[in-house]
Design a protein around this ligand. Structure first.
Ligand SMILES: [Zn+2]
Length: 251
C-alpha cells in the first residue's frame, strides 16, 4: 500500500510493482538479471490496481515527447541543473505536451498505458541526475529533492555561448578552465554605443543588482565600479577577466 501521496500520479494512490536497481526477470523459463533504471508504479483505486493520469514531478521544460519501441509513448522533462525525469509507456495518443513546452509541477503529461516494452499498464518513472540514473523512491517519498543550486560558472558559459563565444573542448561544463580564461579575456563587458554582449551583460546586471535589460549603460557601470571598489579591484567600470573571476567566485 502507498505510504505517501505519489507526486507523479493524479490520484496519488499507488503500488510499486518493480523497484529501482538489479532485478531478475523470467521470460519463457529463461532468467536474466538486469539493471532497472527507474521505478514501476500502478495506480490504486479503492485498493485495486488501476490506471491514472500521469503528472509532472516538478517544474521544467519538455525535452522529449515521442514514441520509442522500448519506452513507448513517453515524455522527458528537463528540470535544470542536470536533473531530468522520464515517464514511460503512456497510453497511445494521451500525451498532452510537446518539446519545448514549459510545464508546472502537477501538470498532466498523459495517461498510464502499456506502450513499448511493457506487459501491462503501468508507469515507469525515472530520474537522471548529471547523466546518472538514481533511485526515484526517496524523491517520491519526499525525503530527497533536486539540488537546485545554480552553477554560476555554467550560467556564465551559457551566456557567453549565446553571445557568440565558443568552448570547443569543454562546452558549458560548469568548471573554470583554460577555455574560460581565454573567453573571459575577450568577453569584456563595458559601456558601448553598440551592445555586443547582451547575455553576458544581463548576467553582470543580475550580479551587481541593477535592472536587467542587457544594455551596459551608466547605471550598470556605476554598480560595477561600486562592486570593484568593494572587492579591491581596479575601478574601471568594465567587466574583464579579474572582475569576471570575482563575480563567478573563481579562486
Ligand atoms: Zn520500469
Amino acid at each position: 500500500m502507498a505510504k505517501y501521496k505519489n507526486p507523479v500520479l493524479a490520484c496519488g494512490e499507488h503500488k510499486v510493482t518493480s523497484k529501482f536497481g538489479k532485478r531478475t526477470i523470467t521470460v519463457n523459463g529463461k532468467t536474466t538479471t538486469g539493471q532497472h533504471n527507474g521505478i514501476d508504479l500502478v495506480a490504486l483505486k479503492n485498493g485495486k490496481s488501476a490506471t491514472d493520469h500521469i503528472i509532472a514531478f516538478a517544474d521544467g521544460v519538455v525535452k522529449i515527447s515521442k514514441y520509442s519501441s522500448s519506452g513507448g509513448e513517453y515524455v522527458q522533462i528537463d528540470h535544470g541543473n542536470g536533473n531530468l525525469t522520464r515517464y514511460l509507456h503512456m497510453k497511445n495518443g494521451s500525451r498532452t505536451v510537446k518539446v519545448g513546452d514549459e510545464v508546472l509541477k502537477g501538470q498532466v503529461l498523459g495517461y498510464m498505458g502499456s506502450t513499448g516494452n511493457s506487459t501491462g499498464a503501468h508507469l515507469h518513472f525515472d530520474i537522471n541526475v548529471n547523466g546518472k540514473y538514481v533511485d526515484p523512491a526517496p524523491y517520491l517519498e519526499g525525503t530527497k529533492e533536486f539540488d537546485n543550486t545554480p552553477n554560476i560558472i555554467k550560467q556564465w558559459q551559457l551566456a557567453a555561448i549565446a553571445d557568440g563565444f565558443k568552448f570547443p573542448k569543454c562546452g558549458a561544463d560548469g568548471k573554470w578552465g583554460s577555455e574560460c580564461v581565454s573567453v573571459s579575456k575577450k568577453a569584456v563587458c563595458k559601456r558601448r554605443i553598440t551592445h555586443k554582449y547582451p547575455n553576458l551583460t544581463k548576467l553582470v546586471q543580475r550580479m551587481v543588482g541593477v535592472d536587467v535589460d542587457g544594455k551596459f549603460g551608466p547605471a550598470t557601470k556605476k554598480a560595477v565600479i561600486a562592486y570593484q571598489k568593494k572587492n579591491g579591484l581596479a575601478q574601471d567600470g568594465s567587466v574583464g577577466p579579474a572582475t569576471w573571476k570575482k563575480l563567478l567566485g573563481v579562486k
